[in-house]
Design a protein around this ligand. Structure first.
Ligand code: ATP
Ligand code: MG
Length: 457
């Protein structure tokens, strides 16, 4: 047996149980691909000739995850394993989902419905590797190739067009020419795919080792509907001394740089996705903010704030959750503070930023600063890194000394002001914020005595 995979104990047991009951069962799809590549599979999917009801009868703890599509989740301790009945997808009338699914007892038919040759392999210990479409060969050559006729396959489900680029980005593979040709012809159909499905693939693409596959996506017309902002970034040259890249190449470089930062590497998957979207969109308003001075240098004055606004629109379009939208837009709004507030006392900048974006997001902002600085003209890198280091030091000090950076930490509150005779109402908030701005500049001013005296005037 040429190709062997070490299956996790739980997967082995599930397959054995099904086989003992007279059914076929295999690990299938992404987990087989990843195991053969010596990558860690995200999850182990199992495909079987048993019908969902038959699967459920064999295992004590199951969840009906997608029973109408034949998927049952088998629970083993804390972990769940999706077991799906061999199936044939019915006709696709809408470029998105099959009108119906039919269960089958043939593994071959199940593998035929899968998107790419490298994703259409199955494995178990009794049979070894089942590879009916040259998946191994493509895996070794680094090729993404549709199973069967690419035009038909992409017409059935347009999401596969984006998935091809996503796999190319994750695996560092190239897309086979006929497959690519069909992608270009049919990319307009992505318009009808749901935002959630698009977002899931896009998130994986920008979280991969090759975010620059976004250029391929643009060339194939994949970003035109869901991310036209990217197409504009590709067309926008920076034409000034600070930059050696156009906006899009700079952006792709910042994503790669982000992945090298400690903050990113220590972040949760959700936070990583948020940071990737932040970098993807941090300069998205540059195309609309571009101006030239009399020396022919391009400027992008004030691009951060409209960038945050535009990013909000993009992230809403992709139906991102509110927390992600809030974090991204705040980080984008202040991503260029390093330059805007150059020359200011580092501690003041830091307290200001902690107040505006929220203390818990500061490590993320440092990751953004670092990624951004690393993708500019190299002669400015050392200066930027020094400034970032100064801000980091200041941040540690502000945190350890407990400086006031928000209303909660302010030494006076609304009740104190009312005791001075201020009427209840919105004015209270305004006065408190004014006092806070004073304290952000001068932390020693955060005493009741000083602030009440100031409020009296
Ligand atoms: P990941 O490691 O990101 O989970 P994956 O290959 O496992 O990658 P999934 O989206 O989890 O991708 O899908 C599991 C398997 O189901 C794929 O390997 C493929 O065989 C099949 N598949 C998934 N989506 C499609 C689709 N849109 N069209 C055809 N087959 C698909
Ligand atoms: Mg998977």
């Amino acid at each position: 047996m040429a190709f062997s995979i070490i299956l996790p104990e739980n997967v082995k047991r599930i397959i054995k149980t099904l086989e003992t009951a007279g059914f076929e069962a295999y690990a299938v799809g992404g987990c087989v691909r990843d195991a053969l590549l010596k990558r860690v599979p995200q999850d182990w999917d199992i495909t079987t000739s048993a019908l969902p009801e038959e699967v459920k009868r064999l295992f004590p703890r199951t969840v009906d995850t997608g029973i109408e599509h034949g998927t049952v989740t088998i629970m083993r301790g804390q972990e769940g394993y999706e077991v799906t009945t061999y199936r044939i997808d019915g006709k696709y009338e809408d470029c998105r989902h099959p009108d119906s699914v039919t269960f089958t007892r043939s593994l071959k038919e199940d593998l035929l419905r899968r998107d790419f040759t490298i994703n259409a392999m199955a494995y178990n210990e009794s049979t070894g590797l089942v590879d009916l479409f040259g998946g191994i060969e493509d895996l070794q050559a680094g090729i993404i190739r549709a199973v069967g006729n690419p035009t038909e396959r992409f017409s059935e489900d347009a999401l596969r067009i984006l998935r091809a680029v996503r796999f190319a980005a994750q695996l560092g593979f190239t897309i086979e020419p006929e497959t690519k040709k069909a992608m270009k012809t049919l990319s307009g159909n992505l318009r009808v795919v749901s935002a959630e499905r698009i977002r899931e693939e896009l998130t994986k693409l920008i979280g991969s080792d090759h975010p620059e596959e976004l250029f391929e996506a643009r060339d194939l017309g994949i970003t035109a509907d869901w991310l036209p902002e990217w197409d504009l970034m590709c067309e926008t040259l920076q034409e000034n001394v600070h930059h050696i890249y156009d906006v899009a190449h700079h952006t792709a470089e910042t994503i790669r740089g982000l992945h090298q930062t400690e903050e990113y590497q220590n972040a949760s998957a959700k936070e990583q996705a948020m940071l990737n979207y932040t970098m993807l969109l941090h300069d998205c308003a540059k195309p609309q903010c571009k101006t030239f001075d009399e020396n022919g240098q391009a400027h992008f004055k004030g691009h951060a704030k409209p960038g945050a606004t535009l990013a909000r629109e993009v992230l809403r379009r992709l139906k991102c959750d509110n927390e992600t939208v809030d974090s991204c837009t705040k980080l984008i709004c202040y991503h260029d503070t390093l330059y805007r507030r150059h020359g200011e006392e580092p501690e003041v900048t830091v307290r200001f930023l902690m107040n505006r974006i929220g203390t818990e997001r500061m490590p993320f902002l440092f990751a953004v600063f670092t990624a951004d600085a690393g993708a500019k003209a190299p002669q400015y890198l050392a200066g930027c890194m020094r400034r970032i280091e100064l801000l980091r030091e200041a941040y540690r000090k502000v945190v350890s000394e407990g400086h006031c950076v928000n209303l909660k930490m302010l030494a006076v509150n609304g009740a104190d002001l009312m005791a001075l005779g201020y009427p209840a109402g919105p004015e209270l908030g305004e006065v408190l914020n004014e006092l806070l701005e004073d304290v952000l500049l001068t932390p020693e001013h955060n005493t009741k005595e000083y602030l009440l005296k100031k409020a009296k005037r």
